[in-house]
Design a binder for this molecule. Structure first.
Ligand SMILES: [Zn+2]
Length: 252
């Protein structure tokens, strides 16, 4: 088994209050956060990482109107950003996916999970414990209780060359993925270990469930970078990085 291609797939964006991205800034101004899925083509078939936002966000920037998140979270999602359509562009149907890795169960990462009823969904037990049955955690479309979850605790090798690293802090069961591809060697998808580079490089605090754990997870990622020297280190929602990202059909 080896990873032949890693595709970066844009799946819309989400406007978030700037104080979530940088805790030292006052609330009241929105910043645009690109949202991602990643598709790994392997010699054993395609493996997906994250599924973007829920279908109920499509053309619905007012989803959170009348809730406590009104004005703080504004989805920007089109029909094209639904995971089913994103996969179609790459040439796959939902049933082709051999495994789904869910970095965590937030609204901008697990929105399409409910479409996957066959392939195992690799997710941390701590994340399931925090999210399932918790209406405040994410829209219900992100946290259906009866999906084929493959619950794990800590680090886990999904396949040779696809290593899950347990990096809690942003959420209780957050995980990052270290991938080794044929073309690019190691690629580190930190996901929401850091929303943007300044969280990672300069320790600028951002939205976390446990700030102390989040700091430790950033430190751990820095050690992984020292050890594996990845050709790319990718952050969850960094606009500058997104601008220079080689998205599908290009690949790493
Ligand atoms: Zn996120």
């Amino acid at each position: 088994m080896s990873v032949t291609k890693l595709f970066f797939l844009p799946t819309g964006s989400c406007y978030l209050d700037q104080s979530a991205v940088n805790r030292t800034l006052p609330a009241g101004k929105l910043v645009e956060m690109p949202v991602w899925s990643f598709l790994l083509e392997t010699t054993d078939g395609p493996i997906l990482i994250d599924t973007g936002m829920p279908d109920s966000f499509v053309n619905n920037p007012n989803y959170y109107k009348g809730t406590k998140r009104e004005g703080r979270v504004v989805p920007n999602m089109s029909e094209d950003d639904r995971i089913i359509n994103v996969l179609k562009r790459v040439g796959y149907r939902l049933d082709d996916i051999q495994a789904l890795i869910s970095s965590h169960l937030h609204l901008d990462h697990a929105g399409g999970n409910g479409h996957f009823h066959k392939a195992p969904i690799f997710v941390q037990q701590a994340e399931l414990d925090a999210a399932i049955g918790n209406n405040d955690y994410a829209p219900q479309e992100c946290i259906f209780p009866d999906l084929p979850y493959h619950a794990i605790e800590g680090d886990y090798e999904v396949r040779p060359g696809i290593q899950i690293l347990f990096t809690p802090g942003h959420s209780p069961g957050h995980q990052s993925i270290l991938v080794k591809t044929k073309k690019s060697g190691y690629v580190l998808l930190t996901v929401d270990v850091a929303y943007v580079r300044q969280n990672f490089d300069n320790g600028v605090p951002f939205l976390t469930s446990d700030p102390e754990m989040a700091t430790k997870s950033i430190q751990r990622m820095k050690e992984v970078i020292q050890e594996f020297r990845p050709s790319t280190v990718f952050f969850g929602h960094d606009q500058d990085q997104a601008k220079n990202c080689r998205t599908f059909p290009d690949y790493l």
